[in-house]
Every structure is written in structure tokens, then in C-alpha cells.
Write a protein that binds this ligand. Sequence first.
Ligand SMILES: C[S@@+](CC[C@H](N)C(=O)[O-])C[C@H]1O[C@@H](n2cnc3c(N)ncnc32)[C@H](O)[C@@H]1O
Length: 484
Amino acid sequence: MFPLIDLFAGPGGLNEGFSSVTAGEGEYAFENLASFEMDAYACETLRLRETFRHLTRTGADTSGYFDYILGRKPWSEIFQGAFAEAYSLSKDKVYRKVLGEDARPDVDNIIRQKLAQQEEGSHWALIGGPPCQAYSLAGRSRRTGDATFASDHKHFLYREYLHILSEFKPTIFVMENVKGLLSSKNGDDSMFQTILADLSALPSGVRYEIRSLVVDKSPSDLAPSDFIIRAEEYGVPQKRHRVILLGVRSDVASLMPRRTLQRADGVVTVREAVADLPAVTAATSNRAPKAQIDWAAAELAALEDVAKLEPAQAVVSMQQGQRAARAYSSWIRDSNVHKPAQHQPRPHMVSDLVRYRVMTALAERLGKSPKYTDLPSALHPEHSNVTKAGTPFTDRFRVQVWDAPSTTIVSHISKDGHYYIHPEKEQARSFTVREAARLQTFPDNYFFEGPRTQQFHQVGNAVPPLLAKQIGDIVAAMLSGVKG
Ligand SMILES: C[S@@+](CC[C@H](N)C(=O)[O-])C[C@H]1O[C@@H](n2cnc3c(N)ncnc32)[C@H](O)[C@@H]1O
């Protein structure tokens, strides 16, 4: 098995994909040696997943794991035998660390010890995504004119990743970031070009050839946009566009021919991802005040207007992929999980539920999400300045449509969910954690620790595991080439 080290691991999307790559009958291609992450809940999620992985890989009894994630037994009852043993082993795989200059000696030590236990000269991979808020377009627009932006330390966390590259020289690395990285600037300098320049001048002198996973061009011909991966083109039911760099150590690059991801036969849709989950409706988080009566009246009027609209004709502009849908379905499902966990809707304000209901009715007729500004003005929040020109987030409410991939699931989903309204009128609520996890291609047996907002946060941060699996296939094939 090829060793893996995972930096800024989040809830483990990349690791999950890589860890699912097989190398022949019953053999796995990778073994994660260590994940580093600062968030306590994400670390708990990682530990639980490492426990499950260990139980599965060793053929041990996994019933305790399922009893826990499906809420059939409390932790105190399942924490015994093989489960407890596997859980205690997972401690040596998940390290809660705030990566940065202060933590370097400690982190270096851990990695050094892990690699020392491997065969001399083992080929291995570094994976991970330095955090992205500082580069994300939303984050930047909120901070326009903020003089401290250029000195935000998050801009430079990629240096921790580069430090590990320089110090430990993995054979291959995979580095993920948001698309905003391509247009992000530090003063006059492009952040993306700065990172590439730093990568080409690592202090130890180790060199990497930087490759695209989507276009087969020699490194010198690659444009920044060649590093953008559109997840919906690879069987993920979500439009998620990310920059992913594949680095191959120059001394062995010639032994590893270039490979690119295979596009799926079409898209996987929201319907294929979430329609089979049990229908659930949201509780209300406030008692309806008198003003709600006006809301209800407005809803009725709006629904009558909606009923007059012609039903949408051709709403599907993207080709649906039958093979992709089948591959998605077998990736997600687990025969041990009949009723997936973490599928409880969060409570909503009555006013939001009314708004959602009208919007889903409109979406059903239009075949696309109505714009927030299409709503009758009675349904605009009182504080809204939605009709004023130049207001950001004018479309902060969005109904996801059935027959297309969803929009990007971002960690902001943890805040209110207005952008992720379930397409079915009778449900008219924001997506549950499980629905978001399905759109992110986390299998139904994946469990996110922590309170609900933290679960959403983790899901929104991750690399879709099904995409990571396809990247892992490529990395495994390349490493096998250099090993042989
Ligand atoms: C984009 S997410 C990574 C997602 C992950 N690669 C996956 O596939 O699921 C970035 C993660 O970096 C973590 N993070 C941010 N700053 C950090 C730091 N200084 N040290 C360690 N982790 C950090 C965040 O908590 C977040 O979970």
C-alpha cells in the first residue's frame, strides 16, 4: 500500500476517496498514515471514519459502528471489543494541530516518525487543501477595501503545505483550492503565480512537475484555467469548480506518464441524489405572530398566480448520465443503512417556510429557481434591501432543481440554508446534512460528528469523495509505474 499524509484534512473527503482505491482483489492501494486538522469536530469525524476503515479492512465486526451512527445504541454500549480497539488505534492517525510556524517542529516530528516506519525509499503521496476562505470570491467581496486582507495569514497557509513538500519530498502531491485562487491577488501579485513560483523554488531543492488532471498538455503549455476541475463532469451531482494541482517529483516524472480524469457519460441530478430519502418537513423555530397571517394571505395570492403559469417545457439542459447515475448510486449506498442518519431538517422561521413554499411552487412551474426579486414584495424580509441596485446576495434564496446537479455546497450552508431549498413543494425546507452529504458524494455510512452547524460546515468544506476516488485511481496508477 502507498502511504498517504493528509494536511488540512477537514472531514476527510480526499482521504475517503483515496482510501477507497483498490489494487486487486481485496487489496487497498493507499494507507493513510496521518491526517492533520485544527477543528475538533472534524478530527472526531476523522477518528470515527478511521475506526470504521480499520474494522472493514481487517474484516472485523462493524455492527457496533452502525449501531452508533444509526442511533441504535449509545457510545457507552458500543465502545468495547473490536470497536474500542480500532478507535484507540485511530488516535495515531488523526492529529489535531493548528498548522503554522509554531506547530512545525511537532508536525515534522510526527511525519518523520511515520515515514521512518515505511520501507526505505517508499513512494507516497501528500494530499490536502490549504484553507480557502481568503481566496474565495464571497470572502473577498465581504472584505473589499480591507487593508489587512493582504496580510491575512490564511493567504500563506499554503506555505505549510510547501514546507512538508520541501522537507519530506513525497513522490506525488495533490493540492486542492477554490477557483477564486486563480484571480486572487496579494498587492499586484497573483496568488496563483506566487504559489507556482514558490513551488518551483522549494528550499531543499526538490522539484515537481505540475500537471493538470483534466487536460493532457505538457506543463509549459498549461494555462491557469487548465487546473479547474468541474465536479459535475465526473459523476458528482453538484456544480463544484475547484483548482486542483497534481505535482509529480521531477526525478521520477518520466516513469509516470500523464493521465487525466475520464468524463462521465452525463450528469447526475439532484433527483438521483436525494429523491429516495424519506420526506421530512421542518419544525418552526418561532410561534407565528400576528404578522404571519398577512404572510399566509400573501402566500395564497402568490400561489394562485403561480397556478396560472404554464408548466415548464424543456427544463433539462444537461444530458443525464445513466452510467454515471448507477456508479453514483452504488458508491453512496450501503445495505447496512436503510434509513440514513443525519436527515433531520433544521427548524425554520415561519416566514422563511412561507417564502420557501412559494418559491418551490414557482420553481416547479418555471423549471428553475425563481430569483428572490421575483417574489411578491410581501414576501421580502422587512430588513431586505433586495431591490436596491448593487446589493450583494440578491439571490440569497435559491430552490435547487430536480433535474440538474445542485449548485456548490459551501460551508455557509451551516448558517441558514436559504440557498439550498429542497425542490419538493410539500417539503419546502433547506437541505438536511444527509442531503448535502449526498450531493457531496459522501457514502450513507459516513457520519459527521458535532452539532448540526458543525456537521454542515464539515460537509461544505470537503472534496467530494467520489471525485477524490477518481483522482486516487490516477495517483495509484502513477505510483505503481514508478514502483515497478
Ligand atoms: C477546504 S477544508 C479541507 C477539506 C479536505 N481536504 C477534504 O477533502 O475534506 C480546509 C480545512 O483546513 C482546516 N484548517 C484551516 N486552517 C488550519 C490550520 N492552520 N491548521 C490546520 N487546519 C486548518 C479547516 O478547519 C478546514 O477543515
